[in-house]
Design a binder for this molecule. Structure first.
Ligand code: PEP
Length: 255
């Protein structure tokens, strides 16, 4: 039985006031909600404040982050290490997001290195994969997802996916309001799981596969009703406490 994980990716949004209001609101909204892991990934500068607010709310929320570098210390100006994230209690770290793949030229191999670095440091990768609109229209979705996953499997073995999270995020659905249908998302999630199962059925069975791409309170339940959709990675709707909590509650109720 996979426990759903609903995670908010705040991207480059936040201020001390906004982080305080959002997490205070979430602490209230999530009171008594069970059966779902709820995580947030603030911008790095606000991880410290977020840790304190989450603690003040009784630790109902898991702290995450949006990136890691490949070194824990040294002469790497501007970088931020896994150990530093751990120091502030962050555990769920997003890697391979399409915005980083696109704007920072992160390759499949580089993302796979980050994946292994997080695991080595005892952190949980939230490993984003997904196809572009052109790839989708060309019928290449399953091939693209398999290639992105194989970069991790080929370098680190299929067991590396134990205790990790995969976030399937069709790029054309991110921030566009043009979400994949629940049936289409389920079909791709099943193909991702089947691809991993070819290497190791037990690993495939336990791995959490989130859907991401314009998830809102209005469509969340339709995704969570699908057998291979184990939660969501949420961008825009995670910036509003009521909307994000409604998505988390939908996951808790469906699973
Ligand atoms: C994301 O950026 O991971 C995302 C899914 O964004 P949105 O929910 O806004 O589409």
């Amino acid at each position: 039985m996979r426990r759903p994980v609903v995670m908010g990716n705040w991207k480059l949004n936040g201020s001390k006031t906004m982080v305080t209001e959002l997490l205070t609101g979430l602490n209230e909204e999530l009171e008594g909600v069970t059966g779902v892991d709820v995580a947030v990934a603030p911008p790095a500068l606000y991880v410290d404040l977020a840790e304190r607010l989450i603690e003040a709310g009784g630790n109902k929320i898991i702290l995450g982050a949006q990136n890691t570098d490949l070194h824990n210390s040294g002469a790497y100006t501007g970088d931020m290490s896994a150990e530093m994230l751990k120091d502030f209690g962050a555990t769920h770290i997003i890697i391979g997001h399409s915005e980083r793949r696109e704007y920072h030229n992160e390759s499949d191999e580089f993302v796979a290195q980050k994946f292994a670095f997080l695991k080595k440091n005892g952190l949980k990768p939230v490993f984003c994969i997904g196809e572009s609109e052109a790839q989708n229209e060309a019928g290449e979705t399953e091939t693209v997802c398999a290639r992105q996953i194989d970069a991790v499997i080929n370098a680190h073995g299929v067991e590396a996916l134990n205790d990790a999270i995969i976030a399937y995020e069709p790029i054309w659905a991110i921030g566009t309001g043009k979400a994949a249908t629940a049936d289409d998302a389920q079909r791709i999630h099943a193909s991702i799981r089947a691809h991993i199962a070819k290497k190791d059925a037990a690993v495939a069975e336990q791995v959490i596969i989130q859907y991401g791409g314009s998830v809102k309170p209005e469509n969340a339940a339709s995704y969570f009703a699908q057998p291979d959709i184990d939660g969501a990675l949420v961008g825009g709707a995670s910036l509003d406490a009521k909307s994000f909590a409604a998505i988390a509650k939908a996951a808790a109720e469906a699973k």
